[in-house]
Write a protein that binds this ligand. Sequence first.
Ligand code: GRF
Length: 242
Amino acid sequence: MTAAIRPTTNDQRPTMRIAVLASGRGTNLQAIIDACDQGTIPGPVVAVVSDNPKAGALTRARASGIPVVVLSLRTFPTREKFEQRLVEALHSYAPDLICLAGFMRILSPSVVQQFSGRIMNIHPALLPAFGGVGMYGEHVHRAVLDRGVRVSGCTVHFVDDVPDGGPIILQAAVRVDADDTVATLAARIAEVEHQLYPEAIRLFAEGRLLIDGRRVHILEERERGIAGTWDRDLVGSEAGLE
Ligand code: GRF
């Protein structure tokens, strides 16, 4: 049986509900919002959740009229309660995809399992190098410079139980210059991140990302919809995969 291919023109395309979790400046969030506005991702971003009331991401969300949820870990008696509220908040927006974009909390396995295969993250290095616990923000670029590698980059991956260890979707390499500082390297990588993350989301939206153990197969454009988990009309037997 062949897959039912949905109309793909901008005005007829089904929309995908994206929730973004962010703790910082929110430049990746902005890239996602812009891609939705430009129609390269069939958005919208339906909610931005932050654990940092001062996050620039919240300002960006509000400027675009996107609902925000602020959950400060220290206002919860336990991490479990924090995560419980986080999960409730996410479910209330019924997201098809959850994008971590500089979210400074590691999600526990129980949270990840509830949205299995539907959480993505972007990391500012070429995983599996320079990833894992403690490898976030400037620490990553500092480690890259200290190790003297010639090439760094960024990685978009699905989130699983292992921090920065989930199936890799896309990577892009960025050169490391001899006179780079943490700031110059971070800026060069950020520019590429803003292209790569929307691209990964677009592939997901088109149902072209097939998770196969630790690998992600990127299906051809003509196969779009086959791997789709967000567009339930297209998955499983109807897509001829069972
Ligand atoms: C990015 O470098 C991303 O790779 C990492 O956190 C940073 C977030 O930056 N996970 P921004 O808040 O999107 O500007």
